[in-house]
Design a protein around this ligand. Structure first.
Ligand SMILES: [Zn+2]
Length: 145
């Protein structure tokens, strides 16, 4: 098991991977799939786009490896924190859209006008006054369907 010890010693003090790395790997894979489809086209514009995407995917891979082996852990953690902060509203939107469909028969989603939080309300048709559980203020909702 000498190679394993060597690997552990090599990785000691290095950053490894995080959620940003995972996202970049997904982007890399997405580009790979897109390029597979673009390969069917003979248009010169598409070929240029495909080439640009190829360089982009190399850059992504280089970045993933660079961050994986980086010894500046603090800087990498900061990058990851920025990624998490920026991706949070996007993830929230997709999760909410998924849940809107999942609970379409029983619930409706409405935003509290005071604190901007999204609430899942039981699907009761008509006008109701809702008390927000977060800020405690009342607001009116109209559930049509
Ligand atoms: Zn509220």
């Amino acid at each position: 098991m000498r190679w394993r010890d060597k690997l552990i010693r090599f990785m000691y003090g290095r950053y490894g991977y995080d959620k940003l790395s995972f996202f970049m790997f997904c982007a890399y894979f997405a580009i790979f799939i897109i390029r597979t489809f673009l390969a069917f086209s003979s248009s010169s514009v598409i070929r240029v786009i495909s080439l640009v995407l190829l360089f982009l995917s190399f850059a992504l891979l280089a970045l993933i490896i660079f961050r994986f082996l980086s010894k500046n852990i603090y800087a990498r953690q900061r990058e990851n924190a920025v990624y998490l902060r920026l991706s949070k509203p996007v993830k929230g939107f997709f999760k909410r859209t998924f849940n809107r469909i999942k609970y379409i028969k029983t619930h409706r989603y409405r935003k509290c006008p005071h604190c901007k939080i999204f609430l899942r309300l039981p699907r009761k048709k008509g006008k109701h006054t809702v008390k927000c559980p977060r800020c405690g203020k009342n607001f009116d909702v109209n559930i049509v369907i």
